[in-house]
Design a protein around this ligand. Structure first.
Ligand code: CO
Length: 204
């Protein structure tokens, strides 16, 4: 249990350091949160949203799951998105994948892991849709990296077609959807350049 006691001790130190530099920090945050960003990332312990973006408590609303997915039938992620967009009025939704994603690799390899296989079914479909592009790459490392990127682009596309996002755009609320990828090997984020702030032209 020592390791858990350590967490609580860490927490007391952390809160004390914040209070020392900004005595009103917690009382101010207790009144309300007004984050400008919604982060949709992977549960992977190496990709902590606040730390890698230098954001403080109160600055980013976070949803994380295995392989940073927004499956249409997933009540959890879509409740988060709706609350962030409609109630909190976030301006930016960042879907952040990461190289080395275990969920994406399991899908690439067709591995059976358990319940998570079902969760990853949309990644399996994406893998199959891009089978020829992936097969043309020289090795598994590059296929894995590419599928991680494709997965982010796919989630941004899905978000852009959700009712919540489309309604925000129809009502003229500024809302940008971004696709980023994080490299656990160098700690750097990369913008995949798929930002959208309006429905796709000619869309349904
Ligand atoms: Co991952």
């Amino acid at each position: 249990m020592d390791e858990l006691r350590q967490l609580l001790a860490n927490n007391r130190d952390w809160a004390e350091r914040i209070r020392a530099s900004d005595p009103a920090f917690f009382s101010r945050l207790a009144k309300q949160q007004t984050p400008r960003f919604l982060w949709i990332g992977c549960s992977d312990s190496r990709v902590p949203a606040n730390q890698i973006t230098g954001l403080q408590p109160g600055e980013v609303f976070v949803h994380r799951n295995v392989a940073n997915l927004v499956p249409g039938e997933d009540l959890n992620s879509h409740s988060v998105i709706q609350y962030a967009v409609d109630a909190l009025g976030v301006r930016h939704v960042i879907v952040c994948g990461h190289y080395g994603c275990g969920g994406v690799l399991a899908s690439l390899r067709g591995e059976r892991v358990g319940l998570v296989d079902y969760w990853l079914s949309s990644v399996h479909a994406l893998r199959d849709r891009h089978a020829s592009e992936l097969a043309a790459l020289p090795d598994e490392t590059s296929r894995h990296a590419r599928l991680c990127e494709l997965n982010v682009v796919e989630q941004v596309g899905k978000l852009s077609r959700t009712l919540v996002v489309r309604r925000a755009w129809e009502q003229g609320r500024p809302l940008f959807l971004h696709g980023w990828i994080y490299d656990v090997a160098d700690g750097l984020l990369r913008d995949l350049g798929v930002t959208v702030d309006a429905p796709p032209a000619g869309g349904d």
